[in-house]
Design a protein around this ligand. Structure first.
Ligand code: F6P
Length: 539
């Protein structure tokens, strides 16, 4: 079944939200709290080890009601069913969207073109498990008989960001293997990594769904050439493995067929860490932890599929985000994890959210006249408090923010944890309440600087409080955002699973690359032409 094609702005609920917005836009959230002692309880979802408080938002019960009606009017329920049933919902590329099948239980069924894909998924999982155990236990050795000490993940975009973020986030659970990530075509990146490697003890994991990506192939070739300075061609079989759908090209690169971990075109790159693209994760934290990550995501899938929209975490977060993006016209959203482990989380989400929903043509092929994808950014607290929080508190822009925290710390230093969480709680409180002129005066502030010390507050936040950072809870958290992306794409009536926008730059780059050796490069605008000539004259 194809996705419904409903322009959200033509729905009754959208029109109601537009009218309703006028009555809410100038109200301070403090008043909402003052009017209803039960507000926080009413607008909190407790699910498993997640406590999601969305009461510090500029919404009323009426807003929430209309947003839920919007979800119904755009037929979100039917769309969720289509996605999980393996329908071709990525219509522009003619593909199903089934990253959820990668974390589904063995007994489940999921059909693509009439074939249940779960058995294949489990075959590859078994291969990941076997390979991981061999490397981690030291049964699989390098060409001189030494055990592996270092893993290099070579990939970019979804073939890099997911594994890199998860390995970094789960470093507490890491084994003895040192992991490196090479992504940028900037040769300085790969050369800095090479400095840390020993060819005898390094395993290379080349990850590219298409196996055509310039950056990945260039880095893989550079690393292969470096490796072959110390080893013979035969040794490649021991040291290079690949994850790809393009088996033929992997073989042409010189990687043994037994060392290829397949994936499928129904897994989008930015949603692929659950597939063999996560091989480096499995190697870094062990297969059992990798499986826990997948189990966590599966739990969130079940929640998303079955929970009433009113208490459905990804749906609620998506609706709130639509409220700010399309009615308040907020341009960006911040994601602030109060965990240093989640240092790369916002960067990872940027691809997921912005590559998916950065679209301006609707599912009918018509230009869109409403806002779609939000800008995503963020850094861990408390560091970010000392960097960009000033702008969130007192700047002119409205920046809704997700605050993600963990009630328990992993190393168990309670003093640090209490300080961390007191900041976590204090910031959303400050963003909600601000500080009035009266309060500033009461502090004995010098009269001429009173205006500068007033905080308006009324800045919206969601608090996502999780028990502990584990592979399972991280899996839930990532899947939560994946589903939020889906819901927003459905409401905006766009195709979230293609990324044609990144192609033009790639095409022009290969044209320019050829022209570095040509004398004629007149086929450009004068700015590009001048820059090209400038580079040629100096490089
Ligand atoms: O830049 C676009 C993109 O296609 C991403 O969507 C993808 O994650 C990345 O390139 C890498 O692609 P591949 O895994 O095919 O090398």
């Amino acid at each position: 079944m194809a996705l419904p094609n409903i322009n959200p702005t033509t729905t009754e609920s959208w029109k109601r939200l537009q009218e309703h917005y006028k009555t809410v836009k100038d109200v301070h959230m403090k008043d909402f709290f003052a009017q209803d002692n039960e507000r926080a309880n009413k607008l909190t979802i407790k699910w498993d080890d997640f406590y999601v408080d969305f009461s510090k938002n500029r919404i009323t019960e009426e807003t929430f009601k209309y947003l839920l009606e919007l979800a119904d009017e755009v037929k979100l329920k039917e769309a969720i069913k289509s996605q999980f049933s393996g329908d071709i919902i990525n219509q522009t590329e003619g593909r199903a969207v089934l990253h959820s099948a990668l974390r589904a239980p063995k007994i489940s069924e999921c059909h693509v073109d009439g074939v249940n894909v779960i058995p294949e998924v489990y075959q590859v999982k078994q291969k990941i498990e076997r390979f991981t155990n061999e490397v981690v236990n030291g049964d699989r050795k390098g060409f001189t008989g030494k055990i592996f000490t270092d893993i290099v993940n070579i990939g970019i975009g979804g073939s890099d960001l997911g594994p890199a973020m998860v390995v970094d986030s789960l470093q507490y659970y890491k084994n003895h293997l040192t992991t490196h990530f090479v992504s940028n075509v900037d040769g300085d990146h790969v050369n800095e990594v090479i400095k840390k490697l020993d060819p005898e003890t390094t395993l290379f994991v080349v990850v590219s769904k298409t196996f055509t990506t310039q950056e990945t192939l260039s880095n893989a070739n550079t690393l292969k050439a470096w490796f072959l300075k110390s080893a013979s061609e035969d040794a490649i079989g021991k040291h290079f493995v690949a994850v790809s759908t393009n088996i033929q090209s992997v073989k042409s690169f010189g990687i043994d067929e037994n060392n290829i971990f397949p994936m499928w075109d129904w897994v989008g790159g930015r949603f692929s860490l659950w597939s063999a693209v996560g091989l480096t994760i499995s190697l870094a934290v062990g297969y059992n932890n990798f499986e826990s990550l997948l189990n966590g995501a599966n739990k969130m899938d079940e929640h998303f599929k079955t929970e009433d929209f009113k208490t459905n975490i990804p749906v609620v977060l998506a609706l709130i985000s639509i409220w700010y993006n399309n009615f308040f016209k907020a341009e960006s959203e911040a994601v602030i994890p109060y965990s240093q482990y989640l240092n790369q989380f916002a960067t990872y989400l940027q691809q997921g959210i912005m590559e998916s929903n950065g679209k301006s043509v609707d599912r009918n092929g018509n230009p869109i006249d409403y806002e779609t994808g939000t800008l995503i950014w963020g850094e861990p607290g408390t560091n970010s408090q000392h960097a960009f929080f000033q702008l969130i508190h007192q700047g002119t822009k409205l920046i809704p923010a997700d605050f993600i925290g963990f009630t328990k710390s992993l190393h168990g230093n309670q003093d640090h944890q209490d300080k961390l969480i007191s900041n976590f709680l204090a910031q959303t409180e400050a963003l909600l309440n601000g500080k009035t002129e009266k309060e500033v005066i009461a502090e004995g502030t010098r009269s001429d600087i009173i205006p500068f010390k007033v905080f308006k507050g009324n800045k919206p936040t969601n608090t996502i409080f999780i028990n502990k950072l584990t592979p399972e809870s991280l899996g839930k958290l990532i899947a939560m955002y994946e589903h939020k992306i889906f819901v927003q794409g459905i409401i905006w009536n766009i195709y979230s699973y293609d990324q044609f926008g990144v192609e033009l730059g790639k095409q022009l780059a290969s044209k320019i690359l050829q022209e570095f050796n040509n004398s004629d490069n007149s086929d450009h605008d004068s700015s590009t032409s001048n820059l090209l000539n400038y580079y040629k004259s100096l490089a």
